[in-house]
Design a protein around this ligand. Structure first.
Ligand SMILES: C[S@@+](CC[C@H](N)C(=O)[O-])C[C@H]1O[C@@H](n2cnc3c(N)ncnc32)[C@H](O)[C@@H]1O
Length: 364
């Protein structure tokens, strides 16, 4: 049946379908406009101005070319629609009323002077190295290369190798900055889950990066002996202090002994086989503490029936990022359960934290 012979309800269904499809086609424009706002420092400019800014104030603070005032207006219109700014009107004496833009909670997360700044996440996630590979997805899906990630198929090297190349050390810093930014949000969550760390005398943060999370735990529990285990090139120049120690090593080989092991944002980088290996090494690391030891995982738990659709979309987006970059995965509760019992743990407890992640405690 041609479009011209459709009945009213079918027509409106086709139009809705068209809007749905176009919306998903152009989702990238919203992402890239957000990246432009982050690169220009729009949120920083409004924050340091101390109140809402008119377009011309914003344009001169950002040092834009005067001819780009109309362009800035259109970027701000989309970003405001998407919830990153709000519009108010302002009037200077004797002048006409003007629109002024103020920050919202999401754009407050782009302010670089704030400890909870997520600008490095925007920079890392929307970097060309994370986006270009998507143009090769058909080739990847049709070639015989079970172990190859989309990233490897598109570029000829793994993302870990790319990060670790000395010539690309800027990219390693960008990745570690993104991880550290994500960890700063953990400070908020730590208030909710302090009890999880109470009573421990030692903790190893496995794949702890540059120590963002370990520092927060160390501040909250100064007597807890924290060790950060990460790849030697990541921790090489990080100074250790009395109760915060950095160790270069390989979590697939061995993990230093402690009362508890933390794995934040680590297991989603790896497939089940390699995650099992890490979890078994974690279990071995807490053996000395007997039944009192524990492993604390912070990662996503996909819950399509319990979560609202926006949250599920974010978790499923993350799953494809992990799949395509690392051959990793975000897991549903039953997948976590299988992995946890398979690694030899006897029980576990899941508590949602940080808005879209969960804290999973595993007991031997
Ligand atoms: C996604 S990041 C998470 C960092 C940190 N836990 C956080 O939440 O900010 C994964 C970390 O695992 C580290 N890693 C990768 N392979 C490793 C290995 N074989 N042994 C130890 N750490 C490793 C990476 O260097 C990186 O810092």
């Amino acid at each position: 049946m041609g479009l011209s012979s459709m009945k009213g309800s079918e027509e409106s269904e086709a139009y809705d379908a068209q809007i749905h499809l176009y919306k998903h086609v152009y989702n990238f424009v919203s992402s890239m406009a957000l990246k432009s706002a982050m690169e220009l420092g729009i949120a920083d400019a409004i924050h340091s101005h101390g109140k809402a800014m008119t377009l011309s104030e914003l344009s001169s603070a950002l040092k834009l070319h005067p001819s780009k005032l109309g362009v800035l207006h259109r970027f701000m219109r989309l970003l405001t629609h998407n919830g990153f700014f709000t519009k108010t009107s302002t009037q200077k004496e004797g002048a006409e009323e003007e629109i002024a833009y103020a920050l919202t909670p999401p754009s407050m997360l782009l302010v670089r002077s704030k400890p909870t700044c997520l600008a490095p996440i925007v920079k890392g996630a929307l970097h060309a190295s994370s986006l270009d590979m998507w143009h090769s997805s058909k080739k990847w899906l049709t070639e015989d290369s079970k172990e190859l990630t989309l990233y490897e198929s598109a570029t000829g090297e793994s993302f870990w190798d790319f990060l670790n190349k000395t010539t690309e050390s800027d990219t390693l810093t960008m990745f570690q900055d993104a991880m550290a930014a994500d960890s700063a949000m953990f400070d908020l969550a730590l208030q909710e889950c302090k009890h999880v760390f109470q009573g421990l005398s030692s903790l190893v943060d496995v794949g702890g990066g540059t120590g963002g999370v370990a520092r927060l735990i160390h501040q909250a529990f100064p007597h807890l002996k924290c060790t950060v285990l990460d790849q030697p090139q990541v921790v090489a120049n990080l100074p250790s202090s009395e109760n915060l120690n950095f160790v270069g090593g390989d979590m697939f080989k061995s993990i230093p002994s402690a009362d508890a092991v933390l794995l934040k944002w680590v297991l989603h980088d790896w497939n089940d086989e390699l995650s099992l290996k890490i979890l078994k090494n974690c279990k071995e690391a807490i053996r000395g503490k007997g039944k009192e030891g524990k492993v604390i995982i912070i990662d996503i738990v996909i819950d399509e029936t319990g979560d609202d659709s926006k949250l599920t979309e974010l978790k499923l987006d993350y799953d494809l990022v992990m799949l395509t970059m690392f051959n990793g995965k975000e897991r549903e509760k039953k997948e976590w359960e299988k992995l946890i019992y398979h690694a030899g743990f006897s029980s576990y407890k899941i508590t949602p934290i940080c808005g879209f992640k969960s804290l999973i405690e595993l007991y031997p």
